[in-house]
Design a protein around this ligand. Structure first.
Ligand code: SF4
Length: 259
């Protein structure tokens, strides 16, 4: 899907994955689970995304709008807290697709979680937070939030090749960091970058780190690197898109260098 506009796609996806019932915004989810990431975290996996990454591990749900089941923010709150308290986790998150597409749903969930001891990690591609400063400010009003902005490549050209979105939208990922920091979230602690590095040559990575330093030096010190995990359904997607990672991991965690 070359030349995709992720802002426009967000609006289309929203109509498929969210609905209002009795004044409450419900969103489609496909799974709730516990897991070892972040030292233990309860996760709700949402349906739908505003990018079409050619390496997406959850593409069977993130590329669609009609899968899963609707949940109110309160139902999500109940499920996440039940998992977290049973397993003594400190963290909860939404993952799978793009959580920011259903804004009212996300904000209401955060309001509920703010009264617990749990920390909410917002895993996002950041496009909507870069596009809409007010959205970043609204999120920054919560005390127990950390925002992990996941960059799709290290240059606008990589971004376009990997996501199918027009390269000018890449800047919104950096803008998300700027907006969140300007709104008061602490860089490196409450807001930090992750980046897909499987397809990036060294010189592009250096340029990417320089760009982060321009926003705040701390951001470049501790990036969260992401590499493709070669699950069968991901390999299928990569092949379909004729995309070859320079480095990836097997599902058992063994690194594979392909170039
Ligand atoms: S932004 Fe994340 S969920 Fe969306 S398509 Fe890309 S990898 Fe998948």
């Amino acid at each position: 899907m070359p030349g995709l506009d992720p802002i426009r796609l967000s609006e289309i996806v929203y109509r498929g994955i969210a609905r209002i019932r009795d004044g409450v915004e419900e969103r489609r989810y496909y799974r709730f689970r516990g897991g070892r990431w972040y030292g233990g975290i309860a996760t709700g996996d949402v349906v739908g995304c505003n990018l079409r990454c050619k390496f997406c591990w959850s593409w069977r749900y993130s590329f669609y709008m009609d899968k899963g089941f609707y949940q109110t923010p309160y139902q999500v709150y109940e499920k996440l807290t039940r998992i977290a308290f049973r397993r003594r986790y400190r963290y909860v998150r939404l993952s799978g697709g793009e959580p920011t597409i259903s804004r009212r749903h996300l904000i209401q969930l955060l309001e509920l979680l703010d009264n617990t001891r749990l920390i909410f990690i917002l895993e996002t591609n950041g496009i909507l937070l870069g596009y809409d400063r007010g959205y970043a400010e609204e999120l920054a009003g919560f005390r127990k939030i950390a925002v992990r902005v996941s960059f799709k490549g290290t240059t606008p050209e990589e971004f376009e090749k990997l996501t199918g979105a027009k390269k000018e939208f890449y800047q919104y990922q950096f803008k998300a960091l700027e907006n969140l920091i300007d709104a008061g979230l602490r860089p490196g602690e409450q807001v930090y970058p992750a980046v897909m590095l499987s397809f990036s040559p060294e010189e592009n990575i250096r340029g990417f780190l320089d760009r982060l330093r321009e926003i705040h030096p701390v951001l470049a010190e501790d990036i969260d690197p992401e590499y493709v995990i070669l699950y069968k359904h991901v390999v299928r997607l990569l092949k379909m898109n004729k995309l070859k990672p320079r480095m990836a991991y097997t599902p058992d965690g063994i690194p594979e260098f392909m170039i």
